[in-house]
Ligand binder design. Structure first.
Ligand code: C2E
Ligand code: CA
Ligand code: CA
Ligand code: CA
Length: 278
């Protein structure tokens, strides 16, 4: 991705012969990354464009590799999912993101929410609900401030057990959002049966919304769909004022993207959002 260009990871570039060896090294390094404090959570502000207020942050994982530098989650999450490492890593993200936001609340900063990405692998563990309930108890974060993001394609794979877990989470007061909405291959029928509260418009639509009529139409339709189903809607990947104005004019006020802020270290969220005069 853009913010780490020039410093990306090359394990998989080294030719087919070395591929197996390299991927074993990669897995091994990832396995140790948690213990070695090489994983860091960045937080990207989510803004209400009507007021300019920060309303939440999305927790986005980074791997600060000792020799390779920052590695994008797009490069290591798929391997973490294949190997099952996403289960302990995902739990670590949940615990630390909840702890961080609770600490902010305790210091009197705005009562913002935190959105955490969940992998379908985490739903395949039969204790996900207990894990999340324990993390909330342990950190003291109130459930309404925890938002979980699941992609449409993950939800399609849902089983009875996934649905049951989602219902329990919702009953506890947690918000569930569908990430990358509009990019999946499902029918829309599932929306009325699932305990979700938010649609997140994928950045691929937002990106071209000013120049591509089809993307504008899709974005308009997603916003209208959310409004008609009484769901919240948030747009990701907002990079320009024109895109923000387009969304605001359609009554989609919740936004996230480089136009407002890149993902930040926790201390920079504090510095830029909780102390700034603006
Ligand atoms: P995502 O959930 O769709 O996250 C949004 C991605 O868009 C993030 O990339 C973010 O940095 C990037 N982004 C934000 N604003 C803009 C913008 O204005 N323009 C553009 N072009 N991009 C923007 P990132 O941080 O590289 O994460 C990539 C993906 O990795 C995430 O996509 C998510 O699927 C996954 N991921 C990240 N952290 C976690 C995690 O803790 N657990 C799991 N399971 N997946 C994670
Ligand atoms: Ca997300
Ligand atoms: Ca997304
Ligand atoms: Ca995505």
């Amino acid at each position: 991705s853009k913010e780490i260009s020039g410093n990306s990871f090359h394990f998989f570039r080294s030719g087919m012969d070395n591929r197996t060896l390299e991927s074993i090294k990669f897995e091994n390094a990832l396995y140790k990354a948690l213990d070695r404090d090489e994983l860091i959570i960045y937080y990207q502000p989510q803004i209400n464009s009507r007021t300019g207020d920060i309303i939440g942050v999305e927790a986005l994982l980074r791997w600060n590799h000792p020799t390779e530098g920052f590695i994008s989650p797009a490069d290591f999450i798929p391997i973490a999912e294949e190997t099952g490492l996403i289960v302990p890593i995902g739990e670590w993200v949940l615990r630390n993101a909840c702890k961080q936001v609770k600490a902010w609340h305790d210091r009197g900063y705005p009562l913002i929410s935190v959105s955490v990405n969940l992998s379908v692998r985490q739903f395949e563990e039969n204790n996900l609900f207990q894990v999340i309930r324990n993390i909330l108890e342990e950190t003291g974060l109130e459930p309404q401030f925890l938002h979980l993001e699941l992609t449409e394609n993950q939800i399609i794979k849902n089983t009875e057990a996934t649905l049951k877990t989602m219902e329990l989470l919702k009953k506890l007061g947690i918000n569930i959002a569908i990430d990358d909405f509009g990019t999946g291959y499902s029918s829309l029928g599932y929306l009325k049966d699932l305990p979700i509260s938010t649609l997140k418009i994928d950045k691929s639509f937002v990106e071209d919304v000013m120049t591509d009529k089809d993307n504008a139409a899709i974005t308009n339709t997603i916003i209208a769909l959310a409004q008609n189903l009484h769901l919240n809607v948030i747009a990701e990947g907002v990079e320009t004022k024109e895109q923000a104005d387009f969304l605001s004019s359609r009554n989609c006020y919740l936004m996230q993207g480089y136009f407002f802020s890149r993902p930040l270290k926790a201390e920079d969220v504090v510095r830029q959002y909780f102390y700034s005069e603006n």
